[in-house]
Design a protein. Structure first.
Length: 289
């Protein structure tokens, strides 16, 4: 998948790694594993963490979350019968009109809401293996940016001052590091919220409308950074320009159920963009946010 994304043939990759094309073919078929020095080279060529390559095999296709017949109502029913299985390598875009219940699903997964019916099974420890970037930033406005990063890192047991400095730099926030959070722009706050959500490696990362308020440069940075995340990702987004590129699966929430659950590759093979697919499947509803 990574090789194809880079438009590299097996032959081309073999030349870069000083191995035969047959070796690449055997690795890709799962017959043989690359040695660690080749894995390090692969991580560099594909610009992914080594962890991503190492975990990729052991976590392949592992179910990490199951929702069965889940119901949630407030004044009226929001979720009537939600059935969903999330696997460890999924890159899911969760789509649906305003008020269809997307954030409610996120809150149920987090355990912030209890379902009125049905079951939710998490095959991971939420306190260790779940990271969330909520729709509203949960930042401490009175802290300086570097203090907020240090505090969150300490809470999550990820405190290494040098690593944090590098992370702040990667997120292009070094110039803001001494500023009070209350003085940051909306886009800078979103970038900081993403940094905090990704401080530790997680089995499941949930992002609720992450790019709202970001400028184009930050949006590009955001999506390219997410490529490096090794766990499953569920994102609520209407950033249709990116769904085609980044995600491998789309869900449409409509009338309280997952009305459509499709592989992005299948949609593309039908010569549709995700936006066209969304409009065709969500026709009777209002336009997205
Ligand atoms: N805590 C709550 N108390 C009462 N009603 C709620 C609560 N949380 C959500 N709702 C209602 O449930 C419905 C679904 O809300 P939710 O935020 O899940 O939708 P959404 O799909 O995320 O919408 P948007 O795209 O606008 O963010 C809405 O009608 C909302 O008012």
């Amino acid at each position: 998948m990574l090789r194809q994304k880079k438009n590299l043939s097996q032959e081309g990759l073999a030349q870069k790694l000083f191995v035969s094309r047959q070796s690449i073919s055997k690795w890709e078929n799962g017959e043989v594993e690359p040695s660690i020095d080749k894995l390090i080279m692969l991580a560099e060529i594909f610009a992914v963490d080594l962890d991503f390559l190492l975990l990729g095999k052991s976590q392949h296709d592992e179910v990490i979350l199951k929702m069965a017949k889940v119901q949630k109502h407030f004044d009226k029913a929001v979720l009537r019968d939600v059935n969903l299985e999330v696997r460890s390598r999924d890159r899911i875009a969760l789509l649906g009109s305003n008020g269809s219940g997307k954030t409610t699903i996120v809150n149920l997964i987090l355990g912030a809401y209890r379902p009125n019916g049905g079951q939710i099974q998490r095959y991971f420890k939420p306190e260790d293996d779940l990271s969330v970037m909520p729709q509203e930033n949960h930042l401490l406005e009175a802290l300086r940016l570097k203090e907020q990063v240090a505090l969150s890192a300490k809470i999550q047991g990820q405190y290494k001052a040098q690593n944090l400095k590098e992370l702040v730099n990667q997120f292009h926030l070094t110039d803001q590091s001494r500023k009070l959070i209350s003085q940051l722009s909306g886009g800078q706050k979103r970038r900081l919220a993403l940094l905090l959500a990704l401080l530790k490696p997680s089995k499941l990362v949930i992002l609720d409308e992450p790019t709202v308020g970001m400028d184009l440069e930050s949006i590009d940075f955001f999506w390219s950074y997410l490529e490096h995340v090794s766990g499953a990702v569920i994102t609520i987004t209407h950033d249709f320009n990116q769904i085609d590129r980044y995600f491998n699966r789309v869900l449409l929430l409509k009338d309280g159920v997952i009305a459509a659950d499709e592989r992005v590759a299948t949609i593309h093979s039908n010569n549709q963009t995700i936006e066209q697919w969304y409009r065709a499947n969500n026709q009777s509803q209002e336009q997205p946010a």
